[in-house]
Design a protein. Structure first.
Lengths: 256, 290
């Protein structure tokens, strides 16, 4: 097929449509910072979706569970071995995304004869004394985006844009505390959830202007089917590993 | 293609071989992973350098000791490192934290011991990260057994033997119980639980009897001691060991070098501060003139 460029491009486009279709209903993930670190939050149904990769790196993704697992193991293995061979301080997200993950994503996406990864990934890296906090999103085609203060992944770009709008409009200080960050992330998640439940055309045309009450209704409904999952990277955490999952008790406390 | 920036590996296996399609290592086994990445776990020696095993004395030049006290385990070691009859270093750390609730005290060849401690630390983390749960207590003990057994050839050649004491806190213990556990290993990697205390290294022969005495007939039994009492007992024991064993250091008053003392309790592993040690050392040695 490669000797026919037009057909190749068409096949890639088909593949893109197919993957986006598969991803559209995925439960979004929101990443925000707070005074002591960074948080990744989603609402999951049974399958765990937020993971510890290394001392200062956490991962979350939407997509097919088998693909998530495979790529999660790829980056965890790589970080573990390199962190052992050199020092754990030498592990950084930039190298992991650009040299390990993004090429794997791109290769799978463009090998049209092979299987595609149905995945979007969001990683967070807690800055050390020298570096800054960083969120990195990787699309299924291997495109990498980074942001120091917040990031979202959701089924389509339209949903993501709607969520980002909410995040930037709801201006709270960058030194918000854990509870405020949790609420902001959860509300943003609800916006994404609402947008993903609309038809694609609708989602594009309308703004996600929801009342707080509506937002919490969406959250309540979602909690009946799944559970809120939040992982944080916190500088004050004892020991070298800075990741912890919030317990269900801590989540209840943050909600009330 | 080579992306991990490792110059030694330029012509060898790269980490890109941890193939995304492979599904190579879903047991959470860090040793397998290291082998796959072609990390040399053993130092290869030419066979002609092999010595006969009979004259091997494995544990040497150190005193490390662990006792079960009221809150958990107190684990300690002196600070001296020797080569033959020379003292080459007097600030060696022989008690190493492995994870939040375990610590390893090492005696024997430092190069291998530090490597074992590092592999152990990374293995526990790797298991948690890949398998999404903590490695069990039994799993942790087995991992250390495997590492010691891997090292057997070095031990038999008399250049790399390691005999550790492993102290853990079992979080499954009842709230009012003592979850502190002390394990002693032999050169083949078998582990034995020591209920009250364990000691190893060249100075250990001088204090094992004292430990037994304290445990059995002491005014306060070891396991009933509070942190201060346990620390004072351990400082005294290390002092005795340093009196009789040239490879064990005591307290160096000139430069204030104390033994390393760590506690392994429900709240985690903590290092006893130099200030506490100074105060307790003064109590432990009432007749020493400043």
């Amino acid at each position: 097929m490669r000797d026919e460029p037009y057909r190749w491009i068409e096949a890639i486009q088909d593949r893109r449509d197919y993957i986006e279709d598969e991803l559209r209903l995925g439960s979004p993930v929101v990443g925000v910072t707070y005074d002591e670190g960074m948080m990744l939050l989603t609402v999951s149904k049974g399958q765990r979706k937020i993971f510890e990769v290394h001392d200062r790196i956490a991962l979350s993704a939407i997509g097919h569970p088998a693909d998530i697992e495979r790529l999660r193991m790829l980056v965890t293995d790589t970080a573990s071995v390199q962190g052992f061979q050199n020092a754990t301080e030498d592990i950084n997200l930039h190298r992991l995304t650009n040299y390990t993950l993004a090429p794997a994503f791109k290769q799978a996406f463009e090998s049209i004869a092979g299987e595609a990864y149905i995945i979007k990934m969001l990683l967070a890296e807690l800055g050390s004394t020298s570096g800054k906090n960083q969120f990195t999103g990787i699309n299924f085609d291997g495109i990498v985006r980074t942001d120091p203060s917040f990031a979202v992944i959701a089924g389509t770009e339209t949903i993501e844009t709607g969520m980002q709008k909410y995040l930037t409009a709801t201006k709270t200080d960058a030194d918000r505390d854990l509870t405020t960050a949790f609420q902001l992330a959860l509300e943003t998640w609800a916006i994404g959830k609402e947008l993903s439940s609309r038809e694609p055309e609708e989602a594009e045309s309308e703004d996600a202007q929801l009342e707080t009450q509506q937002i919490y209704q969406i959250i309540d409904t979602a909690r009946e089917e799944g559970e809120i999952e939040a992982g944080v990277l916190e500088a004050s955490q004892q020991g070298t590993s800075k990741f912890r999952l919030l317990t269900s008790q801590q989540i209840e406390d943050a909600l009330s | 293609m080579h992306y991990n920036g490792d110059f030694l590996n330029l012509r060898g296996a790269g980490l890109q071989e941890l193939a995304p399609h492979g599904g190579i290592n879903h047991k959470g086994d860090f040793l397998d992973l290291l082998r796959y990445a072609k990390y040399p776990l053993k130092i290869e020696l030419p066979p002609e350098t092999a010595r006969h095993g009979a004259d091997v004395e494995i544990a040497h030049s150190t005193t490390v000791v662990a006792v079960l006290y009221r809150d958990g385990v107190m684990i300690a070691g002196d600070r001296r490192a020797t080569a033959g009859t020379s003292v080459i270093y007097d600030r060696a750390e022989k008690v190493l934290q492995i994870d939040r609730h375990s610590a390893l005290a090492i005696s024997g060849s430092p190069a291998i011991a530090y490597e074992i401690a590092r592999i152990l630390e990374h293995s526990f983390q790797y298991f948690r990260r890949s398998q999404l749960q903590e490695l069990s207590l039994e799993g942790k003990l087995r991992m250390l057994s495997r590492l010691i057994r891997e090292n057997l050839s070095m031990a038999l050649q008399g250049i790399g033997g390691v005999i550790p004491i492993f102290a853990l806190y079992d979080l499954n213990a009842a709230d009012d119980g003592n979850g502190g556990k002390i394990f002693f290993y032999d050169a083949l990697g078998a582990h034995f639980e020591n209920v009250d205390f364990a000691t190893t290294g060249s100075g250990s022969i001088w204090i094992r009897g004292v430990l037994r005495y304290l445990s059995r007939f002491g005014e306060t039994a070891l396991h009933e001691m509070d942190q201060r009492q346990a620390a004072i007992a351990i400082l005294r024991l290390l002092d005795i060991a340093s009196e009789y064993d040239a490879a064990t250091s005591g307290y160096n008053a000139k430069v204030k070098i104390f033994p390393t003392l760590k506690t392994v309790t429900r709240t985690g592993v903590n290092t006893v501060s130099d200030d506490d040690l100074a105060a307790w050392y003064a109590e432990a040695q009432p007749n020493v003139e400043e």
